[in-house]
Design a protein around this ligand. Structure first.
Ligand code: FA5
Length: 364
């Protein structure tokens, strides 16, 4: 319907020329002007009346006034169309059709508005902006897991997974944790209820289980990491949660030493935390590594315990069918929440699980 001014001027000039040619004079020009004025007036007044109609009966009155079949004002404009000269008829006809469609649209919009109001709905304003959907983000622990996988991938460590429900063999026996060891205590583990006679099952308490599963299935040399959930009935505090994640690393090759272990952990810590991170080993004990160490990392002037590590005990290598005379290996297990908290300056790991979107959406 909207023509730009230049086109309108050109069309009017063409029609003036056509009137000259057909001998139609001033009367035709006046009829064309009256027609245009009436079309615009009718459209403006009908749109105002219909959008102001407060109920069905006032909309019906407006319909009769403007669109009524017998004496509606549209009829009057149609009569004016009939009075146009031959030069103005084609453009007038098109304009009249546009007017009819515009009036019908005004009427339908008013009808829809009143129907919505009758159902208690607010009037629909299609020009309002829509409701923006919030886009989700990856959880900071997921982001941390991916970052660890990337860094360790650069050192040739393949990422593997293991089950969260474990048997005693993989969680304890194969890791040289003897039957009387306190780590097996029901108060320190989530044992599952199993059928009578079925061997005990538990939610794994460490990802070291995956070391065993991989060594049982493959021959050396191997370099793997495994990241996943582990469960312990620990009371939740700033550094503990009953469900948390560990990253387990295992490397079994000819001639592997503690020096390799420390280099790998230092490379990991510097890549993950950024800058010059110091790694410290403190003597410790794990039944499946000998020697065993606690791994501390110093970053920003503070030492934090990140996990445990050591050389895989020859007895463990032998239990999975490896020859400890031929190969040696190192293993480490770090707490994912702890390293994520250290990296992002989070003081309390419980914040990762409070599901507060304002907290979680800060991580990228
Ligand atoms: C272990 O779980 C050993 N499997 C680690 C290991 C692997 C040693 C391979 C030797 C060779 P530990 O119980 O210390 O070790 O746990 C390792 C890390 O998990 C801790 O240093 C800590 O970062 C994290 N962690 C332990 N308990 C929790 C908890 N309740 N909440 C959050 N993180 C925890």
């Amino acid at each position: 319907m909207a023509h730009d001014d230049n086109t309108a001027d050109k069309n009017a000039a063409e029609r003036d020329a056509a009137r000259e040619k057909t001998g139609e004079g001033t009367a035709a020009r006046d009829a064309a002007r009256t027609f245009t004025v009436e079309v615009e007036r009718l459209l403006a007044e009908a749109a105002a009346a219909m959008s102001a109609a407060a109920d069905a009966s006032s909309l019906e009155s407006a319909r009769i006034e403007f669109l009524g079949a017998k004496s509606g004002r549209l009829k009057a404009v149609q009569k004016l169309l009939g009075q146009l000269g031959a030069a103005d008829k084609p453009a007038g006809g098109r304009r009249f059709n546009e007017l009819k469609q515009a009036l019908a649209a005004c009427f339908e919009a008013a009808e829809a508005r009143l129907a919505g109001a009758a159902r208690g709905l607010p009037p629909i304003d299609v020009t309002l902006p829509g409701v923006a959907r919030r886009l989700g983000r990856h959880h900071p622990i997921t982001l941390t897991i991916r970052r660890v996988q990337q860094i360790m991938g650069r050192l040739g460590f393949e990422s593997v997974e293991g089950p969260e429900v474990e048997d005693q063999w993989h969680n304890f026996d194969a890791l040289a944790i003897p039957p009387e060891h306190p780590a097996r205590d029901p108060l320190d583990n989530f044992y599952l209820a199993v059928a009578k006679g079925h061997s005990p099952l538990l939610l794994r308490s460490q990802t070291s289980t995956v070391q065993i599963r991989v060594m049982e299935a493959r021959k050396p040399p191997l370099r793997i990491i495994s990241l996943g959930r582990v469960y312990r009935p620990d009371t939740a505090d700033a550094t503990h949660y009953p469900m948390f994640h560990q990253v387990e690393g295992l490397c079994v090759e000819r001639g592997t030493t503690m020096a390799h272990l420390k280099s790998v952990l230092r490379f990991f810590a510097s890549s993950f935390l950024g800058g010059d991170v110091h790694v410290r080993f403190r003597p410790s004990f794990f039944p499946f590594t000998e020697p065993s160490v606690e791994v501390d990392m110093e970053w920003g002037g503070r030492w934090v315990e990140m996990g445990g590590a050591g050389m895989v005990d020859p007895a463990v290598l032998a239990a999975v069918g490896y020859d400890p005379e031929q190969v040696s290996g190192f293993a480490f297990g770090l707490g994912v929440e702890r390293i994520a908290a250290r990296r992002h300056g989070v003081a309390d790991i419980r914040d990762f699980y409070r599901n507060d979107v304002r907290f979680l959406e800060q991580f990228r």
